[in-house]
Design a protein around this ligand. Structure first.
Ligand code: SF4
Length: 699
């Protein structure tokens, strides 16, 4: 098919999907067809996964939106409209809603796939043009618990506080609840190099995932017992005299209380709590504690829980007590998922933050950013609602009445999807900025078409805290406007006098100024430096600074330079199995799809490989219910039911069901999940609820 746009062939850029941000070339042949080839970049070393290899298929996709769409009445059809009409309707809607209900009745919801520039502008738009405190993003469903734990323990949240190149030098690595062999396969080169040097790998996961199959030790824990497991390993390490008293004394605070708190987690008891044999708990303690260098990497398994922050803190306690932090080839880090999940939370897209990872409720931080924005700091709103509270408030008295969503397919990715769909449909005004009519944007009153990854410049911050450039390879199709242009136009029509640059390079220049002096300091990241050095790690405060690949080598981020222990007690999940719903349900990802599937389900090769959601269950759970492989079964929770094909496998615990979350409509895994949240991070408990399964009734 002929491309929709003009062409610049052979562009060195990055994959549009996950936080590894693999390097790739985007090429165009003489017939106009786009293709991708891998290029050597530190994160992927010439490798790509299937998602990356096929990413060019989206560029000229026939379902691409190229004109604004509006709805003349609730429940009526969407019809094409001019940009003028669409923007007029949005401005009229904002003014109507805010004059009736106040500024906070408008809310903005962003995404971890947006460039740093867009995330920055969304935050600025919400606070200055809408004057609302209600802005948050889908990283609240992804990174929030790890971020909260990192801030509490280290004083700084950077997913990996060290570069990937440190992985092979770790003698032992514990991966807790992450499956990179399927979610970001090129990263496995680093783990393979670690194994080739004699390193050991431990994986904790209720499923024997592709990553767990590579491990020397698989700890198949009961869902929701991560903190008990980490405490149990720490207890065993204390009794084996494997802790590092010098490191604890010189570089941490709070050890005595944490030491006392794990005293009741002796291995036999932890075996009963977690289902992990006591001998394996002790073995893990020896593997980690006897290693000269060790890492603990956590993922969404422990983090997407109503005790997600505490789970992450329990693993951090373990790393600190063993002295396995603040040194090269050591440390705790989290495996960020979304492409810009890291940068997305550094520049003001989160409800409580300002650019540079500053705090919105800190007077000094407000003043610093207000200076760059040319406004009185007192006019900046205070933090509004975090994501789940904001979504619960949609259409409620005193809640959000108008919502602008960018780069988020909430109906597939947020918990308790059925009630969310109803609330979105009932809003006074719902505006979506999107590439395609997704399950979410198809509910909107106004849909604005925006560019894809290859049609825009900008920067992304990967899972290492490495800031890289996304290079524009082609112009967007006619009719598509960039998010910065849309926000600039809306701000102007709303009478906002602050500057809203619409070119990514101008936005990045302003972002660098706004971040200067903050924790995530980008001030020294001149674009030519980013291009010349395979990116730069923050903080990078001036143009002579080399960037900071390794944090915490000399001191942690708290004012006294010490890391903090936090005693953690194991708590039950919000909904544990019972007689009516006797199994755990956990959700996750598959190799061929990314996040809500809005993009990857539109790539035929990926969709053909994995066309629908399924449920994985153990033969011992299937047999008594007469469930055989491939049979249609009904998975039910207190929120709803979905009908799925059964995959019967011994690679999952007997008490656990697994459903991937990449599909919408009737097989949407989040029709089943619970919207209970972690009280610290406000992360929803996407990984655990109580469920039952039965053969599906005949049609
Ligand atoms: Fe790399 Fe992730 Fe893209 Fe796969 S999806 S090619 S792992 S950036």
């Amino acid at each position: 098919t002929a491309p929709l746009s003009s062409v610049t062939a052979g562009t060195a850029t990055h994959c549009p999907y996950c936080a590894l941000q693999c390097g790739m070339m985007l090429n165009q042949d003489r017939d106009g067809a786009w293709s991708v080839s891998a290029r050597d970049f530190p994160t992927n070393k010439g490798g790509l996964c299937r998602k990356g290899w096929t990413s060019a298929a989206l560029l000229d996709h026939p379902e691409r939106l190229t004109t604004p769409l509006v709805r003349d009445s609730k429940g009526g059809p969407l019809r094409p409209a001019s940009w003028d009409e669409a923007l007029d309707r949005i401005v009229a809607g904002i003014q109507r809603i805010q004059s009736a209900h106040g500024a906070n009745a408008m809310a903005v919801f962003g995404g971890g796939g947006l460039t740093n520039e867009k995330a920055y502008l969304l935050g600025k738009f919400a606070r200055l043009a809408l004057r609302t405190g209600n802005i948050d993003y889908n990283g609240r469903f992804c990174m929030a618990s790890a971020a909260a734990a990192g801030l509490r323990a280290f004083g700084v949240d950077r997913g990996l506080p060290f570069p990937l190149e440190d992985i092979p030098g770790a003698e032992t690595i514990l991966i807790a609840g992450s499956n990179p062999a399927e979610t970001m396969p090129p990263i496995m080169q680093y783990f393979e190099a670690q194994r080739a040097r004699g390193g050991k790998l431990i994986v904790s996961d209720p499923r024997r995932t592709a990553t767990a199959k590579l491990a020397d030790l698989h700890l198949a824990l009961t869902p929701g017992t991560d903190a008990a497991l980490a405490n149990g390993i720490l207890n065993a390490a204390i009794h084996a005299k494997l802790i590092d008293p010098i490191f604890i004394d010189e570089r941490t605070t709070g050890w005595p209380a944490t030491r006392r708190s794990v005293a009741s987690y002796w291995p036999d008891r932890v075996e009963r709590l977690t289902g992990v044999p006591a001998r394996d708990i002790e073995r893990a303690a020896h593997m980690l504690g006897e290693a000269a260098t060790a890492m603990i990497l956590s993922g969404r398994g422990p983090e997407q829980q109503s005790q997600g922050t505490n789970n992450a803190l329990a693993f951090i306690n373990l790393a600190l007590a063993l002295g396995q932090a603040g040194r090269k080839h050591c440390g705790w880090g989290c495996m960020t998922g979304q492409g810009n999940g890291q940068g997305g939370r550094e520049h003001g897209q989160k409800n409580d933050q300002l650019p540079g990872y500053r705090k919105l409720d800190d007077p000094g931080h407000r003043a610093a950013v207000a200076r760059v924005w040319g406004v009185d700091p007192d006019t900046l709103p205070m933090p509004g609602m975090p994501a789940v509270a904001m979504l619960r408030s949609l259409g409620q008295p005193g809640g959000v009445q108008g919502l602008l969503v960018a780069a988020s397919n909430l109906v597939v990715s947020a918990p308790d999807a059925a009630s969310l769909s109803a609330r979105l449909s009932g809003l006074d005004m719902f505006v979506a900025l999107d590439l395609f009519l997704t399950e979410t944007s198809s509910l909107a009153d106004i849909v604005l078409p925006v560019p894809q990854w290859a049609e825009e410049g900008g920067t992304m911050t990967n899972l290492e805290g490495r800031v890289i450039q996304r290079v524009q390879a082609r112009t967007p199709p006619p009719g598509v406007w960039s998010e910065p242009r849309i926000l600039s136009e809306l701000a102007s029509r709303l009478g906002c006098t602050a500057a809203f640059p619409s070119e990514p390079a101008e936005v990045f220049t302003e972002l660098r100024r706004a971040s200067a002096g903050g924790v995530a300091d980008y001030a020294g990241m001149a674009p030519d430096r980013l291009a010349a050095r395979d990116g730069l790690f923050w903080p990078c405060p001036d143009e002579s600074h080399p960037g900071t690949p390794r944090l915490f080598l000399d001191r942690f981020g708290h004012p006294d330079g010490r890391a903090r222990f936090h005693p953690v007690e194991r708590r039950l999940s919000a909904e544990e199995p019972d007689d009516a719903y006797p199994l755990y349900l956990t959700t996750g990802r598959v190799l061929t799809h990314y996040q809500s599937g809005a993009q990857t389900r539109r790539v035929a090769e990926l969709q053909d490989a994995e066309p629908a959601a399924f449920v994985e269950l153990h033969p011992d759970a299937a047999r008594p219910l007469g469930i055989r492989p491939g049979m249609l079964v009904q998975v039910s929770t207190r929120r709803g039911s979905v009908t799925l094909a059964a995959r019967v496998t011994a690679d999952i615990r007997r008490d656990t069901l697994f459903v991937p979350f990449h599909w919408g409509d009737a097989s949407n895994a989040n029709l089943l999940t619970i919207d209970a949240v972690d009280p610290i991070s406000r992360m929803p408990e996407l990984k655990i609820c109580a469920a039952r399964i039965a053969v599906a009734p005949a049609e």
